[in-house]
Design a binder for this molecule. Structure first.
Ligand SMILES: [Zn+2]
Length: 155
């Protein structure tokens, strides 16, 4: 199989005018983010688009959707922010209800581009969720807290 270059991503983007969302029509991470294969690794499509248009993403920054459509690959709708800005934006846009700076036990594994939710109980660490969805990580953590009678902690 021929290897993808970052430019191949445009084959999977439904390009429209500047203002509209350009939905990713390739495979996805559970219907959430567009999934693109680069160097044999599955990566988030909107991140590839952002890098093509704007260059490298500083490791401390996240690519966020101004339009809140996670499948959107319109470079005009993508911007970067810090982790807490990303969460605040998602929170404000009503996608889910979280505190301003995030939720305890949920973190982003930058090197892998994945969200990770974990719980700590009786000296043991439990892996609750690993994947591309921030919402699912939060959900896994809140379910675990409910199950263990812990109140939803904010940091
Ligand atoms: Zn959009």
């Amino acid at each position: 199989m021929k290897k993808n270059t970052p430019f191949d991503i445009w084959k999977f983007v439904d390009k429209k005018d500047k203002k509209s969302c350009w939905n990713y029509v390739g495979s996805t991470f559970s219907g959430r983010y567009g999934r693109f294969f680069l160097d044999g690794k599955a990566v988030c499509a909107h991140r590839v688009v952002y890098q093509l248009c704007n260059g490298e993403i500083p490791s401390s920054l996240f690519v966020m959707h101004k339009c809140n459509n996670k499948l959107c690959c319109n470079p005009n709708h993508l911007t970067t922010g810090t982790n807490s800005e990303n969460q605040r934006h998602a929170s404000m846009s009503g996608a889910f209800n979280v505190g301003k700076s995030g939720v305890r036990g949920v973190s982003f594994i930058k090197s892998r581009g994945y969200w990770h939710a974990q719980g700590y109980k009786h000296g043991k660490m439990y892996n609750l969720y690993t994947g591309p969805s921030y919402e699912k990580a939060i959900l896994a953590r809140s379910r675990w807290e409910k199950l263990n009678g812990i109140t939803f902690e904010r940091i």
